[in-house]
Design a protein around this ligand. Structure first.
Ligand code: HEM
Length: 541
């Protein structure tokens, strides 16, 4: 009996001892050998974290500029504490190296968190699996495919315009555009990618829509402890974890029916035409699901996980961009009027060869330079993804364009990084950088797009569509053309029809969860109420 007790005691001492050694190593020993330690950066006590300063949109813009002045374009900050050095860089040479090199992956904690919600899709895959998935979905995002779905965006925008007309006719003057645009982009996404109409603009009752909505709203509420320690959700599921599981059950059940229907449809169309090729997202995923080659085959579950990942990535992001766009137009009435005037002009499609309706509607939207400038300026000034993280899977030397002086005075021309270190790519910070965009970088000025400084043009600027908003490299956003076309379709439908302004005394801020969303200062929740007035002389495209 005594010996059993002694053994138990010994086990406890050993476990506690191991834990103690682990903590001492984490807090004191390991940081001593971290090459980032010597890099310039903000200081603080052992448990001081700078995370708030780098992710809160109300603070980050100013803080980034202060640190850049103090430490240069590449520096380190404290993640969870002084023991957790993170690299932040505004140097495109370093950013390009990190985003283009296979050494750097999304951190495991990010991938695990996303996979509890979305399953195993393109967001959580890395290496050859990721390359395989990107290859399957690629054809859904070519210019030709986006042209083919542009009429869907225009039709959905018409539905939203009609619905807002009804609301105004009932006497309502202020509309939460954030909520309505989220409903509308869900509808557009459902039809463009799944050939499925959620009818969310009409009413929010559809089962699959509600399941996605609930899941994404809850993801924003998830506490940091459960993100860092994901097995807590299995051991002791809280309200959020239970609700995510329930939503995923509905998505799988309803999604399976949708897939079965689309599969039958695809097979019968294939039988009638040897050359039949389905280029919409669900069609491409199903073709892979039906492949005879096991190395190219996606299982039913993997297919549903991909769909969840795309909904997550593509629906609310575009809604938020449109929301912020209406906000900027509401607060810059001169720009709103100019855009309306451009949209009232008869359009001259770019492409002389446009032969079908899809091409014409896309080319019409694309032939409006001020519309293009307004969309891009919004995407620059309000990127829904505030920043992204990468982790080094091997030690590496990151090239930089300007030498950096270490704390001991040594000048370095490469940043040494060890396995497991976290790198923060400040998407918003790069979009706001005065050295790239000039001194008025924080102003909404669409005219800058007609004469961009050379620092914002390729080859100096590597981001997709001349923005960091969609990132670049192997994990960059495949949906950037989709978003730009959808934003143009909505703006060209609602701007000629309605005038937008900010309600008296309302002040709007940005809040960061998974995405950057608007809120009204002093009021709870995510929202952007705007006063909408009908313009009776409607100028069609
Ligand atoms: C304003 C709209 C959007 C923004 C700002 C945006 C931004 C981004 C960014 C920054 C990434 C890279 C994330 C990282 O490297 O950590 C990304 C990835 C992704 N985006 Fe978008 N996105 C938008 C719209 C869309 C749309 C419309 C779709 C699909 C229809 C889409 C699908 C994806 C997917 C699947 C990925 C993952 C790519 C990968 O890991 O290989 N996004 N997006």
């Amino acid at each position: 009996m005594i010996s059993l007790l002694a053994l138990l005691l010994l086990a406890c001492v050993l476990v506690a001892g191991r834990g103690f050694v682990w903590i001492v190593n984490l807090l004191f020993v390991s940081p001593l050998f971290d090459p980032l330690r010597k890099l310039p950066g903000p200081q603080g006590p052992l448990f001081s974290s700078h995370i708030k300063w780098v992710i809160d949109p109300d603070l980050s813009a100013t803080q980034h500029e202060v640190w850049k002045k103090q430490f240069g374009k590449t520096f380190r900050y404290h993640g969870s504490g002084r023991f957790d050095y993170r690299l932040m860089t505004f140097d495109f040479r370093a950013v390009s190296h990190i985003l283009l090199s296979p050494i750097y992956e999304k951190p495991r904690v990010t991938r695990t968190f996303l996979s509890t919600m979305l399953g195993k899709g393109v967001f959580t895959a890395e290496g050859p699996e990721h390359t395989f998935q990107r290859k399957i979905i690629g054809p859904a995002f070519t210019l030709q495919s986006i042209k083919a779905i542009t009429p869907i965006f225009l039709r959905t925008a018409d539905n939203l315009r009609d619905r807002w007309d009804e609301i105004l006719a009932e006497g309502q003057e202020t509309v939460d555009v954030c909520h309505w645009l989220s409903r509308a982009t869900f509808d557009a996404f459902g039809q463009a990618c799944l050939d499925y109409d959620f009818k969310a603009i009409q009413e929010e009752t559809e089962e699959l829509y509600l399941a996605f909505r609930r899941m994404f709203d809850l993801a924003d509420e998830k506490g940091i402890l459960r993100i860092l320690v994901p097995f807590l959700d299995t051991l002791w599921p809280d309200r959020i974890a239970r609700s995510v599981l329930e939503s995923r059950r509905v998505i799988y059940e309803t999604g399976r029916k949708l897939i079965a229907q689309k599969k039958a449809d695809l097979l019968s169309r294939k039988e009638s035409s040897k050359h039949y090729e389905d280029k919409d997202l669900l069609g491409l995923l199903i073709q892979s699901n039906l492949s005879n080659d096991p190395t190219k085959r996606l299982s039913d579950t993997a297919l549903l996980d991909q769909i969840s990942s795309f909904f997550f990535a593509g629906s609310d992001t575009t809604a938020l961009s449109l929301t912020f766009c209406l906000y900027y137009l509401a607060t810059h009435s001169d720009i709103q009027t100019r855009l309306r005037l451009e949209l009232a002009q008869p359009s001259v499609p770019n492409s002389a060869q446009s032969s079908n309706f899809e091409d014409v509607s896309y080319d019409t939207l694309d032939s409006r330079p001020f519309l293009d400038a307004v969309v891009k300026e919004t995407l620059r000034l309000a990127p829904p993804v505030h920043g992204t993280l990468r982790t080094a899977t091997k030690s590496d030397l990151i090239p930089i364009s300007e030498p950096v002086a270490l704390a001991d005075g040594t000048i370095i021309e490469h940043i040494k990084i060890r396995t497991g270190s976290i790198i923060h790519i400040p998407i918003e910070g790069l979009n706001f950088s005065k050295d790239i965009w000039s001194d008025d970088a924080l102003e909404f000025r669409p005219d800058r797009w007609s004469s961009l400084p050379s620092s914002a043009q390729t080859p100096n600027f590597p981001g997709l569509a001349n923005l960091m908003t969609f990132s670049f490299g192997s994990s960059s956003c495949p949906g950037y053309r989709f978003t730009i076309a959808e934003m143009k379709a909505f703006l060209s439908t609602v701007i000629p029809h309605f005038e937008f302004s900010l309600p008296e005394g309302q002040s709007v801020g940005k809040r960061n969860g998974l995405f950057t969303r608007p809120f009204v200062k002093g009021k709870p929740g995510i929202q952007l109420p705007l006063v909408i007035k009908r313009i009776d002389e409607y100028a069609p495209l």
